[in-house]
Design a protein around this ligand. Structure first.
Ligand code: ADP
Ligand code: MG
Ligand code: ZN
Length: 603
């Protein structure tokens, strides 16, 4: 059933009930009663004088008709019943026809008799609809109301309010250009992506960027969060989407922004657990349908933000939908400085405040955390009753923000050094070993997932077949970080444990799945469902202890060889290792091109 329909009939039911008793108690009854009311002694007198034709005992009233006389027709009158135990006897004695009627309820008794008991029910009903965003019992336009509230708003935020988002800003400039001068695009026959997805960890400024895009383009901004779409009652989410798109189209050019889209856009299979979540599915389907029904040049740009792009339904990121993904990264040191400047520009800073230094020691802080840091410092200064904010306030604020964050301790110099060498170890091994994917990016900004740094490689083409030597090279790259630590610091660190895990898994598969060990031969040792597991725990009981020992020895040999390969490469290019590591420690993030540039300049 359609929801509008349901609330419609519910509203009318109430109106019908109200109208019934209003008419009964306020119009009908008073009309007949007040006109003809007489007092009890008049009634008794009339009864005694035999003037009465008929008597009807009607609860608290006695209605009677007077016999017609020469100058008067038969008239009705009524009297308020008094407690008269002799009444029936008197009536019998007088010989009039009398009967009783069930009393009709008065307004008062109606109210207390059943309206009040039902009141909690009405209240419940009211709050349920309010929760749905319907705004109370007169929500005959349920599902529409929320969208009414989000009239496309003009936003005053500009890119100058956003710092350290570099590439994302460049990509969004194009969208702004389109919103401002759509005719330039249509003249060229160019189509812009309908949907732009901002992806990045929490607090990196995705919401802010979306607002700034609307602000720069000077177009209306429709803001909605994914969770406000998903409602308890079937149909509302979908109705809301429909309504939103209708309104936006009227205001084009404009931006629709769906914040935290993962609330509706989660992969459908993953939410369809027991009972499923069909409401979320309906909403998502409606969103997809609306996006498809949109002409690419309608002037409406749909933006969305998510912290978890990987859990989104693949249908959402298909061409014609959110086909442009913009990564919003944690800020690098210059970015952090920009953000700190933005958030302190209205603050009276003491002369000792060194924002450059603050930017340097806040690696891993998001934009939101930096904003929070500036605010904390101001609060501390206010508490001390001083007029300017000093560096000491900032230092204390860092401690506070960090304490509230765990793990995000600004990394010490020594640790940053280690992480730099580790990552460059991976990168250079990849650079010098043939058959490995080119390095795309090296970073020592701690990630939200807990890694202190990462090296990203980017395959040049899809790989369907991988040779044994390539696999060995990959393992060497995985162990390259550890190898660099061994060379430079003469010891490995815990930072390499994930590398070891991946390398070991790879080596294990080479031997047990791909038959890449001469000693063990072209035999599959892994069981069918997963990779080879150690005997005992649901492993292959048919493997002899000797075979298991051999497998372990072979894994060991492969990993040893790979680590030696990496060590050899890094020792050979030790000067490059030092150079790149120093550069990375300074810059925090370097691109594959930077790496190539440094390496070629040194050889
Ligand atoms: P997200 O949507 O990515 O979680 P928000 O845009 O909601 O992050 O950021 C929250 C607040 O943090 C913003 O309102 C702003 O004050 C601050 N902030 C976050 N990133 C930045 C940035 N890059 N530049 C300036 N301020 C930022
Ligand atoms: Mg946000
Ligand atoms: Zn590593």
């Amino acid at each position: 059933m359609d929801n509008k329909q349901r609330s419609f009939s519910a509203g009318y039911l109430i109106i019908a009930i109200l109208a019934t008793w209003l008419f009964n108690d306020l119009v009908y009854k008073p009309f007949i009663i007040r006109e003809t009311e007489v007092s009890y002694n008049v009634f008794l007198q009339d009864l005694k004088e035999n003037k009465i034709n008929e008597v009807i005992l009607n609860g608290d009233r006695i209605v009677f008709t007077l016999k017609a006389t020469e100058n008067q027709k038969e008239t009705a009158a009524n009297v308020v019943a008094v407690t008269d135990p002799d009444l029936v006897e008197r009536l019998i004695a007088s010989g009039v026809a009398f009967s009783a009627q069930a009393p009709t309820k008065s307004l008062f008794s109606t109210l207390f008799g059943w309206i009040l008991p039902l009141l909690p029910l009405f209240l419940l009903w009211y709050f349920i609809f309010k929760r749905m965003g319907g705004g109370g019992p007169n929500a005959m336009s349920l599902g529409k109301s929320k969208a009414h509230e989000i009239n496309g708003e003009m936003i005053g935020i500009k890119f100058s309010d956003v710092g350290g988002v570099g590439e994302a800003e460049v990509e969004l400039r194009e969208i702004i250009e389109y919103l401002k001068y759509p005719e330039n695009f249509s003249k060229m026959g160019a189509k812009l992506p309908k949907g732009v997805l901002l992806a990045g960890s929490p607090g990196t400024g995705k919401t802010l960027l979306a607002k700034a895009t609307a602000g720069e383009a000077e177009v209306p901004f429709f803001f909605l969060t994914g969770s406000s779409f998903v409602e308890m009652f079937v149909g509302v989410g979908a109705a809301r989407v429909r309504d939103l798109f209708e309104q936006a189209q009227k205001k084009a050019p404009c931006i629709i922004f769906i914040d935290e889209i993962d609330a509706i856009g989660q992969a459908r299979t993953s939410v369809a657990g027991i009972g499923g979540n069909s409401e979320q599915e309906n909403t998502l389907n409606q969103l997809l349908a609306e996006m498809d029904g949109f002409a690419a040049n309608s002037g409406v740009v749909i933006m969305a933000a998510t912290n978890r792009p990987e859990i989104l339904d693949p249908a959402l990121i298909r061409p014609g939908r959110f086909d442009r993904q913009i990564q919003v990264n944690l800020p690098t040191e210059p970015g952090r400085l920009e953000i700190l400047i933005i958030h302190t520009r209205n603050m009276p800073l003491g002369s000792d405040v060194n924002l450059e230094r603050l930017a340097k020691i806040t690696a891993g802080f998001s934009g939101a955390e930096l904003a929070n840091l500036a605010n904390e410092a101001a609060l501390l200064a206010i508490r001390k009753g001083i007029k300017t904010i000093s560096m000491a306030d900032f230092d204390l604020a860092i401690e506070r923000v960090v304490a509230g964050l765990q793990r995000k301790t600004p990394l010490s110099d020594a640790i940053r050094s280690k992480v730099s060498y580790h990552e460059v170890g991976h990168a250079l091994t990849a650079y010098y070993l043939p058959g490995t994917d080119p390095v795309h990016k090296i970073s020592i900004i701690p990630t939200a997932k807990g890694a202190l740094g990462y090296t990203m490689q980017m395959p040049e083409e899809d790989r369907y077949l991988i040779g044994e030597n390539e696999l060995k090279a990959r393992i060497a790259v995985m162990l390259g970080g550890r190898a660099a630590e061994l060379i430079v610091f003469q010891e490995a660190s815990t930072g390499a444990s994930n590398d070891l895990e991946r390398a070991t898994e790879m080596a294990r598969r080479m031997i047990t799945e791909f038959g890449m060990s001469l000693k063990l031969g072209p035999v599959r040792y892994a069981n069918t469902t997963g990779s080879y597991l150690r005997s005992g725990v649901s492993g292959r009981e048919d493997l002899s202890p000797a075979t298991i020992l051999h497998i372990d020895q072979e894994i060991h040999r492969l990993l040893d060889e790979a680590q030696n390969t990496a060590k050899q490469i890094l020792t050979e290019h030790i000067a490059v290792l030092h150079e790149v590591a120093t550069f990375l420690k300074e810059k925090e993030v370097i691109s594959g091109d930077d790496l190539t540039r440094i390496v070629t300049s040194m050889s």
